[in-house]
Design a protein around this ligand. Structure first.
Ligand code: SF4
Length: 99
């Protein structure tokens, strides 16, 4: 028997609370879904950092990640500047940079 299962919701990756302190900086990555046009550029640039959902809206694979050139390049390359990156520890803007 089947038919009672709804659509599978996105699996949330729980933050690694007990992960050992890493040497490098950690970033918090957000995508403004009201701005994202689903170009997929960020996924192509940082396939481990972003993915598109069924509505072709991008979201970070993990909301917090180790600092990554690919993630920064994806944020810089987003045609609508939908991606913001902040330092997870200090809250300082990584991209777009504060002026
Ligand atoms: S590059 Fe920007 S507009 Fe394109 S899918 Fe990623 S967040 Fe959305």
């Amino acid at each position: 028997m089947s038919g009672t299962d709804g659509p599978a919701g996105p699996e949330e990756d729980a933050p690694e609370k007990d992960a050992p302190e890493e040497a490098g900086p950690r970033w918090r990555v957000e995508v403004d879904r009201g701005v994202c046009i689903g170009s997929g550029l960020c996924v192509a640039t940082a396939p481990g950092g972003f993915e598109l959902d069924a509505a072709r809206q991008s979201h970070p694979v993990r909301p917090e990640c180790a600092a990554s050139d690919d993630v920064l390049a994806a944020a810089e390359g987003c045609p609508v500047e939908a991606i913001s990156v902040t330092d997870a520890r200090t809250g300082e803007a990584v991209f777009p940079p504060e002026e």
